[in-house]
Write a protein that binds this ligand. Sequence first.
Ligand SMILES: [Zn+2]
Length: 552
Amino acid sequence: MRQLSGSVSLRRGGVDVRATMLFMNGEVVTVDSEFSVSEAVAIDGNKIIAVGTNEEILPLANERTQIVNLEGRSMLPGFIDAHAHLELYGTNKLGVNGKEVSSIMELISKLKEKADVTPEGHWIRGWGYNQNHYEEGRHPTRWDLDQVSTEHPIIVVRTCGHISCVNSKALELAGIDSHSEDPAGGKYDREGGELTGLLLEAAHMNMFLFANYSEEEVQHGLELASRDFLAKGITSVHDAGGYGPDHIRFLHKAVKEKRVKQRVYALYGSLHDSPGMVRNGLSSGIGTGLGDEWMKIGPAKVFIDGSSSGPTAKTREPYSSNPDESGILYLNEEELNETLGQAHESGWQITAHAIGDEAVEMMIEAIRRATDNSKREDHRHRIEHAGMVPKDLLQLMKELKIIPVPNPAFIHEFGDGYVRDYGERVNVMFPLRSYADEGIPFAIGSDSPITSEDPIHGIYTAVTRESKWGDVIGAEQRITVQEAIKAYTWNGAYASFEEHLKGSIEPGKLADLVVLNGSILTCDPGRLRELKVEWTILDGNIEYTANKEAVK
Ligand SMILES: [Zn+2]
């Protein structure tokens, strides 16, 4: 057991003891530099003041101290989800959930129920369909959706968030017909010259923006998202963006008014015209780190390619499932280098959504150029997802001190499709084992709502690489529970320059903590998913309890 730390600043016994809360008899996974495990923690207000054995910590109580017996359960630093979309997650909850049905027919009837109670002309929205999981084995079309209504515009978004299908009314309102040219970086799917209603990448992003929610709906959605994330032990979120500057404004308001309770590191980008958004940010004079411990401006973020499951990711070699396809690029090298080069030079942390190995290579090259042109120590530039990272790129990542932000839960959700689309390349997809072996500080993100926001689920997939269908995908990239916990806590804090504030249970750090209903370190990997969050403590307050009676 480690020594009591921070004891110098404490006066033991009598009235001077400052602990407001003690947690005793736990499996306290500190995630300090030795990854030590302790028994007890003392907090004072919103700060951790001591970590040690029961005997060391107990004397810090006085009659006002709340003492919690952890009874052997794990206490971890609050989870940091390094990549999630709070607004999308929340607003999705307001529409029809396409993950809860198993066919287009069922989706249609759910949408009809919504249309029946929605005034004509108002949007009907659905989200989360995956044609590979539907009985029909295909995307919906506008003709399917016209059966729901021809008087309401309708949009249903694929689970990846990069593809959607709309009905004829939506196309009409957006002024898109069979003569319309494909937008840059996107595609209107056609059949014999006719629009099918399926919109890919930029075509989807433009339509989604056109079908946007009101601020009231967004605020409500953000509140729902925050509540769900708290119940999963998430105390900090790196918000990966929404649509345009309004998103940042809405998010800031939600954080200020405590509808969003988590600490937010807001990636500065947009799902629509990301370079334009970054240029606006640069000219406004703000930059990475602006804000306080509740909300900070994060890195400038652009989109390089499509999604891993579409598949629309930009790969070096064609897809194994289709030798004529190798993905979609949102922007070319010149635009990427110029936009992010300027951001780097202005002092921003930079990042990009890059999934396929060609996109990852483009981003590495952009970082290499930027840092060659203007040297900066400790830039902590990131790559969101970094889906496919062959050995040569892994080495460059290490040399350039790049932080990848992978999403192991993608393996669970889409792994079987990956085998079909990328073949052997699944062995270098989300290569967590390689990152850990090379000492690359990867921070895990859920990319929720694309996959479940639950960090326990993320840890389980990082440890097992098991797909929904029970196949192990890229077995050599499995990591340990300890490594996965670190990637969900300390590494997340590091990726936002906040490891001095949070990410481990050490004296002086913020009291952002999570208690599970069992021991995560002794749990069999196959049963990790049975672990649930009991309490989420944020800024020293118990913000979530699974069992209201448990804490008095
Ligand atoms: Zn994302």
